[in-house]
Ligand binder design. Sequence first.
Ligand code: ASP
Length: 346
Amino acid sequence: MLVTPSAAGGPGRGRQPALPRVALVSTGGTIASVGRDRLDLTGYAERAEMRAVGALLAELPELATVAEIVTVELPNVPSHALGLADALRVVRTARDLAADPAITGVVLTHGTNTLEETAFLLDLACPPGTPVVVTGAMRPATSLSADGPLNLVNAVRLATDPASRGRGVLVLLDDTVHAARDVSKTSANRLSAFRGGELGPLGFVEGDGAVVFHHGTEPWAARGAFDPGAVGTPPRVDIVLSYLGADGALVDAAVAAGAAGIVSAGTGAGYPTPAESAALDRAVAGGVLVCQATRVGSGRVTPRPAALADGMVTAGNLNPWKARLLLALALTRTRDAAAIQRLFDR
Ligand code: ASP
């Protein structure tokens, strides 16, 4: 890990001592990516060339007017190449920085493909005090109308705004502020890819730099509840997606692969096929913790007291891949379904 004052905010470049200090943790992704030319909006992903954070900041002197930036450069990787252990390392770094009283806010740059997963892990790990903001970009750094630079400026504005404190981890792209718990990438291409589903955004960073929150953030028992340094290697948790006629073989395969937990991404309000249900019942009988979620993309899977008594929890409105992360961390602590259910409930 490299920690340096940025070129944009470092001494000798006219830095104002009164500016808040923001730790910028970089992990690569499209926001750092280099395309073939300015019209390369897709092929850059195969080239896998990414800029160092210093190079990004050198082209963004405006950031020095918002905050003093301290960069923490983690390896540049496409976010779909990260494993849970990698994401936990990133989370640990950001959490430690957020605990530093000299730091006003933390900004994490991340590939958008799994951004919502790392942001969610951060929400599980960071006590809701110092603002932690995750951002990325849908267009590479070299493209026409690249969105990364303004996303970065807006993320730093958000991280330094007193109104951001105590709200849990925030995600900022396309001027829009989302709760990490609720946001998902909903388009493979559009600048407005990140949405909070039926819960909507929390607010916006406006064109004049003003941070405007329209909604509060609901308290949540699992927010900041896990120390990433203390969870060790979380157990295997798999996701099994339901579809017309699914026969349960993938549930059996997850159990055979050693899953301690399975998230069932059921149809509708959380309904697997009858054959999947039978396989999930076998899994529960074998000691696997099952979490029932939905493949729909928004809405809740409501509590099922009878199933809970048998050792099956429900995901509420967490999507399957966020439910998987919470279940994996919860299983490092307990196998008690009722205790785990409390972490899922709002
Ligand atoms: N390939 C990128 C990633 O690392 C996609 C992105 O950042 O938008 O997730």
